[in-house]
Design a protein around this ligand. Structure first.
Ligand code: ATP
Ligand code: MG
Length: 556
């Protein structure tokens, strides 16, 4: 695939300037996932941006687990995130980092703020705190604990840390401005009590720092130059800067916000993805219908196609919804060029070539790619009995139907021209066998007498065909923005997974998992990495041959 070079964007322009005017000599970014779920295509946008910038500017990018919420985080997610970033083709600087690596220093900075009279312990109930916070229109009011003496605050914070207070009884707040137009500046909570076991620090702590306090300090500790995040943190940039301005740390990274990726017909909130998994609406985080990296990978997407998608959507400050067809175009473009061709029959009907000698068999040469000889050829067995797609035969049809019709001819892909002579039917009138004759002079050439045969259909030799389960996927949801629905489960597409039992040609018996093939005239498929085994093949549909979604939308 002729991958586009990443386009310049407003973030790269800022970096160009910073390097040109000497503000920085080197670029250092980070990707900071919270290990509370699997990564999804939205994270891919952030990964490609952060790691891509580090690559292109010969800088470095850290992988940092933003692990300040032990109740929701797990080592399983830590592991899946590392695997997904690697799969996308990136490597981080040194070891993975954890915000929890800095818990001692963060605690020290909290003490520093208390000592400077810039933080205080608040015993107000959650409800009181909410009331005093005010609204977007009304300024907040000071907490009665705001002017507690510094010594007293230091003692209470030490007692919090020693486990002498219950969860929710007291918290530490930054003392900023209760009348700020930015809600995040109205004395935000920076530490809270949580008697929770942490996946990295065990039972060492019973107080945990809040995200806004942790993130900026972690960035500064790591010497990050440009801290790229999504637009919902735009207001919080004030707090990011306030914290770094008020503690003893030299580095002050620049936070820059960009718009998050929203993709139609799916959800990207980890909370909602969790629900889909927990409620069994999908088979797991790596269900091929999920917008997760693991799901897309299992479905046959390649790292290059995901990176290409991220380049095509670009990076701006404008919020929008990207069409699913844009993602599909990336994988389709790649596989059209790179995927070997093969034949599979999803809904088989028996076809007997009556003038082909019984007991006879041939190995026919079939090109692996119609436009790329370098991809070589493979052998496909041919015999008197083959299987074709049920929908590729009709007893009668008009001229538009370029497949097999009773009394007419069609070409078998990579083989001969055949003519349908008669059919067998069962008691219900279903066709059970089609009887044909073949023209032995037409292997690889047109009929010598000049008669035209327009249609081509695919097939597999019955005796050699390998049974296979096909999993066909459609959109997981029926509406473009399911996340906006009150009950998003009610918009699930009941037909998002369709299973068929058919056959593939024998060359696919040992197909490697996740490697996509083009099943001629059907679509792109890959062997399932969990459920497919030799002797029990399962193929996932990666994407169709054409963009049928945009087609049907245009028709509607
Ligand atoms: P959620 O709010 O659903 O839990 P999150 O954004 O908090 O998701 P994180 O694990 O904190 O998830 O995200 C790690 C990084 O990926 C952050 O820098 C975040 O801004 C970025 N990111 C997450 N979702 C998207 C998205 N849809 N588009 C672009 N970047 C995203
Ligand atoms: Mg987050």
């Amino acid at each position: 695939m002729a991958a586009n070079a990443p386009r310049s964007n407003f973030i790269r322009q800022i970096i160009d300037q910073d390097l040109a005017n000497g503000k920085h000599q080197m670029v250092h970014t980070r990707f900071p996932p919270e290990p509370n779920g699997f990564l999804h295509i939205g994270h891919a946008k952030s990964i490609v941006l952060n790691f891509g910038i580090a690559q292109d500017y010969h800088g470095t990018c850290n992988l940092r687990f933003d692990d300040t919420n032990p109740l929701k985080e797990k080592v399983d997610y830590v592991n899946s995130i590392q695997a997904d970033v690697k799969w996308l083709g990136y490597s981080w600087e040194g070891k993975p980092r954890y915000s929890s690596d800095y818990f001692d220093r963060l605690h020290g900075y909290a003490v520093e703020l208390i000592e400077k009279g810039l933080a205080y312990c608040d015993f107000s109930s959650q409800e009181t705190m909410r009331e005093l916070r005010g609204t977007l229109k009304e300024p907040g009011k000071n907490s009665p604990y705001r002017d507690t003496a510094i010594e007293e605050n230091l003692k209470i914070f030490a007692d919090m840390t020693a486990g002498k207070y219950q969860e929710g009884e007291v918290c530490l707040r930054a003392k900023i401005d209760m009348s700020s137009p930015f809600m995040c500046m109205r004395d935000p909570v920076i530490y809270r009590v949580r008697f929770a076991h942490h996946h990295q620090t065990g039972d060492k702590w019973c107080v945990y720092p809040m995200y806004d306090f942790t993130h900026c300090i972690s960035d500064a500790i790591e010497g990050i130059t440009h801290s790229l995040c999504t637009l919902e943190f735009q207001d919080n940039r004030r707090l990011y800067d306030w914290v770094l301005d008020n503690i003893s740390i030299d580095c002050h990274p620049q936070q820059i916000e960009f718009s998050r990726l929203n993709l139609q017909y799916t959800v990207m909130s980890k909370r909602k993805l969790h629900l889909l998994v927990e409620e069994g609406k999908v088979s797991g985080w790596d269900d091929p219908r999920m917008p997760t990296i693991a799901g897309m990978r299992r479905r046959g997407y390649t790292p290059a196609s995901v990176r290409e998608f991220c380049h095509r959507i670009g990076v701006t400050k404008m919020d929008n919804q990207v069409e699913m067809s844009m993602l599909e175009a990336c994988i389709r473009d790649e596989l059209n060029q790179d995927a070997p061709r093969a034949m599979a029959v999803l809904d088989p009907v028996r076809l007997v070539i009556e003038n082909y000698p019984e007991e006879h068999e041939q190995q026919l040469n079939a090109p692996n790619h119609p436009n790329n000889e370098a991809m070589g050829t493979r052998q496909v067995p041919f015999a008197r009995e083959i299987l074709i797609e049920r929908e590729d035969f009709r007893e009668e049809a008009n001229k538009k139907y370029k497949r097999l019709v009773l009394g007419k001819e069609v070409r078998l892909r990579n083989a001969y021209v055949i003519k349908a002579e008669r059919v067998d039917k069962d008691a219900e009138g279903n066709i059970t066998a089609i009887y044909c004759t073949y023209d032995p002079e037409t292997l690889g050439t047109d009929p010598a007498d000049g008669r035209k045969v327009k249609g081509v259909i695919h097939w597999v030799a019955a005796a050699h065909a390998v049974p296979c389960e096909f999993r066909l996927y459609d959109r997981l949801f029926q509406v473009p923005n399911p996340g906006a629905e009150e009950d998003f489960f009610s918009t699930l597409n009941p037909a998002s997974l369709q299973i068929k039992h058919g056959f593939v040609e024998p060359s696919l018996a040992k197909a490697a998992p996740e490697k996509a093939y083009q099943f001629e005239r059907i679509g792109y498929f890959c062997a399932d990495s969990q459920d497919s085994h030799e002797g029990n093949l399962v193929f996932n549909q990666t994407v169709g041959l054409r963009d049928t979604w945009s087609d049907s939308e245009a028709a509607a």
